[in-house]
Design a protein around this ligand. Structure first.
Ligand code: INI
Length: 172
């Protein structure tokens, strides 16, 4: 997919917020770059190393199950999923990508914990490297920033009284 990731306005993580990163070992050298990008983004927004747990799984197919187990513990403000799927000569790619994307989305919706998608889905290895800290960015970094932003957004929503009108114009 073409496109440029948005410039994010991500506030530093709230004190005590913990994050998990789940990494698919398949295409490990590329996925390791995604992990590095995710950890750097978290560190850059005030999440100390001991507030981050890294969990490795065999492949991107397994990301949703691990993310679900971690999100259900309620120990994390966000779960970042990273992996690298490269198209081969068979439809296997479509199944792995589909399960990963759908499953990761479902875990976020089912648990209410931000669970973000840092999975490269590339037609070639070259494309994958470009998205792992190369010319097209780092999908792991982007997914960590999305988790930080959503964690902050959800935190802000939970601080609002249900049904309350915003103060200002129209408020009585
Ligand atoms: N898993 C990946 O993360 N990337 C791939 O490119 C890939 N390919 O090409 O097969 C892949 N397959 C493994 C899959 O994720 C599961 O680990 C496996 O099917 C066992 O459930």
């Amino acid at each position: 997919m073409a496109g440029i990731a948005p410039k994010r306005r991500v506030a530093p993580a709230a004190r005590g917020q913990r994050f998990a990163v789940v990494v698919a070992r398949f295409n490990e050298p590329i996925s390791k770059k995604l992990l590095d990008g995710a950890l750097a983004a978290l560190a850059g927004h005030g999440v100390s190393g001991d507030a981050v747990e890294v969990h490795w799984v065999p492949g991107s197919f397994e990301l949703p199950q691990a993310a679900q187990a971690l999100a259900r513990t309620r120990r994390f403000a966000g779960v970042v999923c990273v992996g690298t799927v490269i198209k081969g000569a068979t439809p296997h790619f479509d199944y792995v990508c589909g399960v990963a994307a759908h499953g990761i989305s479902r875990v976020g919706l089912d648990t209410g914990v931000p669970v973000t998608f840092g999975v490269i889905t590339a037609l070639t290895e070259e494309q994958a490297w470009e998205r792992a800290g190369g010319a097209v960015g780092n999908r792991g970094e982007e997914a960590a920033l999305a988790a930080l932003e959503m964690a902050g957004w959800l935190r802000a929503q939970s601080g609002r009284r249900a049904g309350a009108r915003p103060a200002g114009r129209g408020a009585r």
